[in-house]
Design a protein around this ligand. Structure first.
Ligand code: FE2
Length: 413
């Protein structure tokens, strides 16, 4: 049998060595030595071969807009939201599409083959939604773009917030979003969570809320998300993104809450690069880290993935579109620097977010023919070095290659 691609001699994330053969966009065989013809052979001898990187939380409508029309002087979430409001008034649909496509090129080059992007539905022109629906189609076949109807200025607080969510879903946006901590009252926030879950249940959709993205420990909308997930039969289909208030909660309450999250099969997507940047801004010293309780959630059985959230936009001035940056920051902030923790951090930007998004990625026969060859021998080295992605294969096609940089030290000691 002739295959389309054979990846030879790679090291799987679990340390085993295998060849991977891809035919018609699907992994057809995984074996120690595949001696068959292939249209293309990728030499991965001694290199880590991984499922694709997946970004479970991103904002593609704002990406690469840093400095337009100005930078975020306070570094807070709230100034970021205000600044995004200024940008919304002046940016065009074409500009959003162009920036998003630029970002997609960066992402694919770094081996990201699926992104869940929140899209602001409170833009009265609806340009953000239309732009990202166009981008979703243009990148289809290379990059899976899953869109979340996100009422940035509030489900109830923004005029037309709820209507914008419904309009976006009617237009083909995939997932129901929300931002309960940004509503006027706790009661409004809780009601917005109920509304989001009800809509998702009625339409057979998933839910992904910006949930409790604050240092205020009294922000407990995750409680309502857990409850409504059970009430609406949405177990395994809801995500609490950020959950930063859990960082500041009383330990007794947090331990109860962690068990509730696990029972309801609500997944968590913290965003280390942005959480460490935006949170703690109202503190003097000590300054809180702001990241949610990642090891404790994982120990309780909660599915936890790291996302990027923002790249060069009103909320985050840095970022390279590399999920290994998110894993690197995440394992530092969450004290996951033991070997098992570092290994877990790699899964939290590859296999785990793929599971949350419902993608058939993986290195087993029958899974999609999508993978990344890295210039590193194992996952821990990859998180440490953030090495070149030698080859990126999407559904049986090579979509990016990188030649690793070489440094020659001239100095003699
Ligand atoms: Fe976000």
């Amino acid at each position: 049998m002739a295959f389309d691609i054979i990846v030879k001699g790679g090291v799987m994330p679990d340390g085993t060595r295998a060849d991977i053969a891809i035919k018609d966009g699907v992994i057809a065989a995984v074996d120690r030595d595949i001696a068959a013809e292939a249209a293309e052979v990728i030499d991965a001898a001694g290199k880590l071969v991984s499922p694709p990187f997946v970004d479970g939380h991103f904002h593609m409508d704002a990406t690469l807009s840093y400095g337009r029309p100005r930078v975020n002087a306070s570094g807070t979430l709230l100034e970021g939201i205000a600044l995004w409001g200024e940008l919304k008034r002046i940016q065009t649909r074409d500009e959003i599409v162009a920036r998003a496509l630029d970002y997609c090129h960066m992402a694919v080059g770094n081996g990201i083959l699926a992104i869940r992007s929140h899209v602001d539905v409170t833009d009265p022109t609806f340009a953000t939604v239309e732009a990202l629906l166009e981008v979703r189609e243009r990148v289809r076949g290379t990059l899976d773009l899953q869109l979340v109807a996100f009422p940035q200025d509030g489900w109830y607080r923004a005029a037309g917030g709820e209507a914008g969510v419904i309009r976006a879903l009617d237009a083909g946006v995939d997932v129901v979003g929300g931002i309960p901590h940004h509503e006027r009252t706790m009661a409004d926030g809780a009601q917005s969570v109920r509304a989001a879950c009800r809509i998702a249940a009625d339409r057979g959709l998933m839910v992904d809320l910006h949930c409790d993205e604050t240092d205020d420990p009294s922000s407990r909308h995750i409680e309502t998300l857990v409850t409504e997930t059970v009430n609406c039969g949405l177990e395994g289909r809801t995500v609490g993104s950020h959950l930063t208030s859990m960082h500041s909660m009383d330990n007794n309450y947090a331990s109860k809450l962690t068990a509730l999250i696990a029972e309801a099969e609500v997944a968590a997507i913290p965003n280390p690069l942005v959480n460490i940047t935006l949170q703690g801004r109202h503190d003097t010293y000590p300054k809180r880290r702001g990241l949610t309780r990642v090891p404790e959630l994982r120990a309780a059985g909660v599915t936890v993935a790291f996302g990027q959230d923002c790249i060069q936009d009103p909320w985050y001035s840095l970022g390279t579109g590399d999920m290994l940056d998110a894993a690197h920051m995440g394992l530092h902030v969450a004290h996951m620097t033991d070997p098992a923790g570092m290994r877990d951090a790699f899964d939290m930007v590859t296999a785990t977010p793929a599971q949350i998004l419902g993608l058939q990625f993986g290195l087993e026969p029958g899974k999609r023919g999508s993978l990344v060859v890295l210039d590193a021998p194992d996952p821990v080295s990859a998180v440490r070095d953030r090495p070149a992605r030698i080859a990126v294969v999407s559904d049986g096609r090579v979509v990016a290659r990188t030649v690793p940089a070489q440094t020659t030290v001239i100095a003699a000691f």
